[in-house]
Design a protein around this ligand. Structure first.
Ligand SMILES: Nc1nc2c(ncn2[C@@H]2O[C@H](COP(=O)(O)OP(=O)(O)O)[C@@H](O)[C@H]2O)c(=O)[nH]1
Ligand SMILES: [Mg+2]
Length: 331
């Protein structure tokens, strides 16, 4: 199973600067020759793999990328300044395709790897280039060339860093949808109905982290079927589990213990994973009852409990802030 993030962007390299037509006009130089300078090059558009990015979230908001144009030539054969290249940072592992043809243009795997995606236009020639014996005063100059432009499809295989666990109806899917800035695609999900819920949650630093709920943990594992290797790998590579307990249930502590029993039976190192304990649906309860139930859970399980509500959004900031802290992502 693969989680896939996709984004479409348009890029345009810079246009070359125009050449110009000019003549030397110096005091003691009669009939000064042609002196129009060339235009500078337009900037290229370059993609670069950046180890700090995890998702394509930023490309869902900004879709057009344009490099600067070259400057036009000046008098006295001065060449116009070339524009800087536009560097677009993408996560390591991003595949780049031409949107129209679907052709793979490149695969940016290692940190720092670059791919020139659109070349800037050449600068035009100034009239100084056209001086000849037959024409001592050429007026001719050429314009800068347009930069290349194209539309790209970016694709990235995602890894879920945060896994949500809890009994059915604990509020996992609701929480993910409330926190998500975007929904990645689940590609080619094979022979099972255990489709996880996914969301990309925006980090304070701007990039995103993938949250996935982990449905039917034990049902699937015990039956020995349904959960493909890839899915297991995804679960095993989560760095943090968020354990949701429905605060409005009859016995939240018993619910929490059932889930912990399942985690233990499941194995795969999930019990050793850092885990936040969260009580959901707290807006349904009196504040005193919330407090009492949190205390009870916290004492019994020897862990701090975060009360939240996906309906009023209370507690969500605290939950995210602890999440970033455990993941080592600075705010
Ligand atoms: N009142 C209230 N209901 C919630 C809250 N979060 C989820 N629910 C409801 O609880 C039910 C189960 O939620 P869902 O997200 O599907 O649970 P999941 O099975 O863990 O994915 C749904 O009817 C949700 O609308 C909450 O914070 N407050
Ligand atoms: Mg669900």
């Amino acid at each position: 199973m693969q989680f896939i993030d996709q984004a479409r962007i348009a890029v345009r390299a810079g246009r070359g600067g125009d050449g110009i037509s000019a003549f030397r006009r110096e005091k003691y130089v009669p009939a000064g020759g042609p002196s129009g300078g060339d235009g500078g090059r337009g900037g290229d558009v370059v993609l670069e793999a950046d180890g700090n990015l995890q998702t394509l979230l930023d490309f869902k908001y900004k879709r057009l990328f344009q490099a600067d144009d070259g400057r036009r030539g000046g008098p006295n054969k001065a060449t116009g300044a070339s524009a800087n290249d536009l560097l677009i940072k993408v996560p390591c592992g991003t595949e780049v395709r031409d949107l129209g043809s679907g052709l793979l243009l490149g695969d940016l795997i290692d940190k720092g790897e670059q791919l020139v995606i659109a070349k800037g236009g050449k600068g035009g020639l100034g009239n100084a280039h056209y001086l000849s014996n037959r024409n001592r005063a050429p007026e001719k100059f050429t314009e800068g060339k347009e930069g290349e432009e194209c539309e790209l499809e970016l694709q990235l295989k995602l890894l879920a860093e945060v896994g949500l666990v809890g009994l059915p109806n604990a509020g996992k899917s609701t929480l993910i949808s409330v926190l998500s800035a975007a929904r990645p695609k689940i590609a080619d999900y094979p022979f099972t109905t255990l489709v996880p819920n996914l969301g990309v949650v925006r980090r304070p630093s701007g990039d995103g982290t993938v949250f996935a709920d982990i449905p039917g943990l034990i049902a699937g594992a015990a039956a020995g079927a349904g959960l493909g290797h890839d899915f297991l790998r995804h679960i095993e590579r989560t760095r943090l589990l968020i354990h949701l307990v429905d605060g409005s249930s009859e016995d939240p502590l018993a619910d929490a213990q059932v889930l912990l029993g399942e985690l233990e039976a499941y194995g795969h190192g999930l019990m050793e994973r850092p885990r936040l304990l969260v009580m959901s649906k707290c807006e349904l309860l009196d504040p005193e009852l919330v407090h009492e139930r949190c205390q009870q859970l916290s004492t019994a399980l020897d862990q701090q409990v975060l009360p939240i509500s996906a309906v009023t959004n209370s507690g969500l900031e605290a939950l995210l802030s602890q999440t970033w802290e455990v993941l080592g992502i600075s705010e």
